[in-house]
Design a binder for this molecule. Structure first.
Ligand SMILES: Nc1nc2c(ncn2[C@@H]2O[C@H](COP(=O)(O)OP(=O)(O)O)[C@@H](O)[C@H]2O)c(=O)[nH]1
Ligand SMILES: Nc1ncnc2c1ncn2[C@@H]1O[C@H](COP(=O)(O)OP(=O)(O)O)[C@@H](O)[C@H]1O
Length: 199
């Protein structure tokens, strides 16, 4: 079912200058979404980042409630059945979901709310919230994507292979989204995103 939200539909809203908007940042794993987001939040503290819920195990240094809310599969499935997610998806063997209430409260209070999510979830958001701004981040090449995933040194060979296979499929879908940004030079990619967010 489509949900109607008083979300800004263009650079100037007719209803109120204080209405928020959902921003979806998607693209293959390892392309640099987290890096871009981190830099964006540092430069624009007024943005609200939605911390997702996942069944994936925490990586070294990840903090519960900051990077993700880490929960069990049983608990996740319970939250799904209670309708607690704005969107959710299974990715590389784990569940990931966006908490509904927190995000909607922030949008209604006028914030630009950024979701950093994978393709299936991004499609769900586009379908439910047509006024969301969706940004697909592309790697300069598949080889560079592999280098980045490996360079991060966080994933097993199996997880790397899964992410790369998935990446090739995901890149085919880039054209479905409002904006495509190549994350080659980080600073240029950031500027490209800023233009879209704040024009
Ligand atoms: N659908 C959906 N995807 C998410 C959510 N949170 C994170 N993801 C995506 O899940 C994928 C895997 O995330 P993660 O395990 O942290 O690996 P990484 O992105 O490769 O560092 C990434 O593409 C994330 O953008 C969410 O709440 N919903
Ligand atoms: N523009 C860039 N140029 C080179 N390396 C980058 C760039 N953006 C990100 N990286 C590196 O690529 C790796 C994956 O980035 P990350 O933000 O974790 O990706 P994602 O969140 O999309 O999975 C990290 O080691 C990061 O430092």
């Amino acid at each position: 079912m489509k949900q109607v939200l008083p979300i800004q539909t263009g650079s100037k809203t007719k209803e109120s200058p204080f209405l928020g908007r959902l921003i979806v940042l998607t693209g293959p794993s390892g392309v640099g979404k987290g890096t871009l987001l981190h830099a964006l939040l540092k430069r624009h503290p007024e943005l609200y980042y939605s911390v997702s819920v996942t069944t994936r195990s925490p990586r070294l240094g990840e903090i519960n409630g900051e990077n993700y809310y880490f929960i069990s599969r049983t608990k996740f499935e319970q939250l799904v059945s209670q309708g607690e997610f704005l969107e959710w998806a299974e990715f590389a063997g784990n569940y990931y979901g966006t908490p509904r209430e927190a995000v909607l409260n922030q949008v209604h209070s006028g914030k630009l709310v950024v979701l950093e999510i994978e393709l299936k979830g991004a499609r769900q958001i586009r379908a439910s919230f047509p006024s969301a701004l969706s940004i697909f981040v592309l790697p300069p090449s598949l080889k560079e994507l592999e280098n980045r995933i490996r360079g991060r040194g966080q994933d097993s060979e199996e997880a790397i292979a899964l992410r790369l296979r998935r990446a090739e499929e995901e890149i085919q879908a880039a054209g479905e989204f409002d904006v495509q940004i190549v994350n080659d030079d980080l600073e240029n990619a950031l500027k490209d995103i800023e233009v879209k967010l704040f024009d």
